[in-house]
Write a new protein. Structure first.
Ligand code: NDP
Length: 572
């Protein structure tokens, strides 16, 4: 950790400013998610419509049985299915709301969509598919095509049902099967069900007075309407476009809008931190020399790189807890001030540059990396409407209104994010003794490894709370997929029918999660956002496992080693 570069007073003043900026935002809005709605029905139904699906073919309801059923067809399902196939599981069905596999990468087709994790690490199963991404950072269409390639390779299209939303998943004790019902009238029975519905899948809108009165066109960033904008946004050249939100999606969209639209208004509540994106086309000579197993080795190296060397560790161990915290915070502030400096160097208008500066610790919000976002504000057609933490609170038939000024628009894009890490977003999950999962979680989330939950036999959860968070999400999902495939394989090869975590094992994990959460007050001090549940106070168990990714991985292995102690395994 670098030594502090400035006198302590400098850091203390910045910390105070961070606190003021947080308080300002907390004063403007209620904490938590009540400021948003993801109930996209009635007047808001248009925001949920899938523009990719086209004409949905009609079909008769299905009534059948499969061995493994995935709710959701994104990376969680694809990665786990690949492992299940390798273990000889034939009967796998993906049930997916969209018209294809891909999850996030199916829905998010907005212009400029790309991944902020290096493609050689993010795109999974590169060895298995004998594929090397075309750039250091992959664009959305390449990732979507990779998802389709995985589904083809592992023959997952055969039993898949698209344009189908699971509405209830109910355990039938007599049959020892899950009964899965959908919005297409299906009743699918499955021995194993995997909730693979994604971490950020259900779009949400900020509740803004008058939003329904807007007469122009409007859509959510994850439902991009190319019919309106044109494939290359050519229809926007005579249009006034507004975008609400400046998170990771908007940061990728704004530069594209800036290239084509007549006028672009970016409505900002809290700026994102924007760092450089070091991108390059893959060197074919490098790619040619890669040997089997290269991706696993690379991922291992990336994980090892964030671990401290023995000398650094000794240096840190010599400090008191407070000294350690202070060093960490000062280093964090130095980083954020470099982000500010970059803004000053790029953005020509001083008022705009100042408004784009994020005043919070690094990682309070999801960091962004883009080379064209800040320069876009030098374009004459791109205007930042900085709401100074307040946000847009009023929209009339012409467009958003801020401080009495009306912004007349032809189209308004909501880049306002998604519901976070909800298990069973459109789906009511009912386990043994008619217990609904949401009722079980009423007094706090209870799982083993964030994957299993007692009373819900043969049900597995991916990407939910109480699992470790990884910036490279596919790394985390791969470990969960490997673990789930190993559990299912164990049940099948030992003649069992069900696997259900014991109360003791679940309680152990809940306590592990609690123990490792909130080691500092950082989360409470952060500006509100989805990383800290929008500033709402939260139970210590209702979040991610913060004991470290490698430790999480190790615990998965230990649970599998002690599988007969950690689970009730029954033959029925
Ligand atoms: P976010 O939740 O990150 O951002 C929502 C934005 O909307 C915030 O800037 C928020 O402001 C703003 N907002 C909400 N209400 C209002 C309002 N009334 N007025 C003005 N602004 C408002 O959503 P995104 O879709 O941008 O990103 C979601 C996540 O998806 C990312 O964090 C990331 O994890 C993932 N993603 C990943 C990518 C990748 O590279 N892999 C690319 C894109 C997205 P405030 O901050 O004040 O709440």
């Amino acid at each position: 950790m670098p030594k502090s570069r400035q006198p302590q007073d400098y850091y203390d003043k910045i910390k105070e400013k961070f606190q003021d900026e947080r308080n300002l935002r907390m004063d403007y809005r209620p904490p938590g998610t009540v400021q948003f709605t993801s109930d996209l029905t009635g007047d808001l139904e248009k925001y949920a419509i899938d523009p990719q699906a086209g004409e949905v073919p009609s079909r008769d309801p299905i009534e059948d049985s499969v061995e493994v059923l995935f709710i959701g067809g994104g990376f969680s399902a694809l990665l786990t299915s690949a492992r299940l196939r390798q273990k000889g599981v034939e009967d796998i069905r993906i049930v997916e709301r969209g018209a294809d596999v891909g999850g996030t990468w199916y829905w998010n087709r907005y212009p400029g969509v790309a991944c902020d994790v290096v493609g050689y690490d993010y795109l999974p199963l590169l060895d298995e598919l004998d594929y090397v991404p075309v750039n250091h950072y992959s664009r959305g269409p390449e990732i979507f095509a990779h998802c389709q390639a995985i589904a083809k390779k592992y023959n997952l299209y055969e039993l898949a049902e698209f344009n189908t939303t699971v509405t209830s998943t109910i355990w039938n004790e007599a049959e020892a099967l899950w009964h899965v019902k959908t919005d297409r009238g299906d009743l699918m029975r499955a021995q194993f069900v995997i909730c693979a519905n994604g971490t950020l899948a259900k779009p949400k809108l900020s509740k803004i007075n008058g939003m329904k009165t807007f007469k122009g066109h409007a859509f959510h960033s994850s439902r991009w309407d190319y019919e309106f904008t044109g494939r290359n946004l050519e229809n926007l050249k005579d249009k006034r476009v507004g975008i609400i939100g400046t998170g990771a999606s908007a940061v990728q969209i704004v530069p594209e809008l800036g290239k084509t639209a007549k006028e672009v208004y970016v409505f900002q509540r809290t700026p994102s931190s924007i760092d450089v994106r070091k991108d390059w086309p893959t060197d074919p000579n490098w790619a040619r020399k890669l040997e089997p197993g290269w991706q696993a080795k690379r991922r291992e190296k990336v994980l090892a790189a964030v671990e401290l060397s023995p000398s650094k560790k000794a240096e840190l161990d010599a400090l008191t807890k407070d000294e350690k915290l202070q060093q960490q915070e000062n280093g964090n502030i130095d980083y954020m001030m470099r982000i500010h400096k970059r803004i000053d160097e790029i953005v020509e208008d001083k008022t705009t540059a100042d408004a784009l500066k994020p005043w919070y610790m690094f990682m309070c919000k999801r960091p962004c990396f883009h080379n064209d976002y800040l320069p876009a504000f030098n374009l004459p057609n791109v205007h930042l409407v900085d709401t100074k933490g307040k946000g847009i609170t009023e929209i009339n038939e012409k467009g958003p209104v801020f401080e009495g000024e009306e912004y007349e628009l032809d189209v308004l894009i909501y880049a306002t994010g998604f519901e976070v890490q909800q298990t069973g977003i459109y789906n009511s999950i009912v386990g043994k003794d008619d217990v609904n999962l949401s009722d079980k979680y009423e007094d706090g989330i209870r799982t083993l490894l964030g994957i299993h939950t007692a009373g819900f036999p043969n049900l597995f959860i991916m990407g939910g709370y109480q699992a470790s968070f990884q910036f490279n999400l596919t790394d985390m999902l791969q470990t969960q997929g490997d673990h789930i495939a190993a559990c299912i394989d164990y049940v099948r090869s030992n003649g069992f029918r069900t696997i259900d975590p014991s109360y003791e094992a679940e309680e152990w994990w809940v306590q592990e999660v609690i123990k490792h959460r909130g080691k500092t007050s950082r989360s409470e001090e952060c500006t509100p956002g989805y990383y800290n549940m929008e500033g709402a106070s939260q139970r210590r168990q209702d979040g991610n496992y913060n004991g470290g990714f490698r430790q999480y991985f190790k615990h998965q292995g230990e649970v599998r080693e002690r599988i007969s102690e950690c689970f009730n395994l029954e033959k029925h």
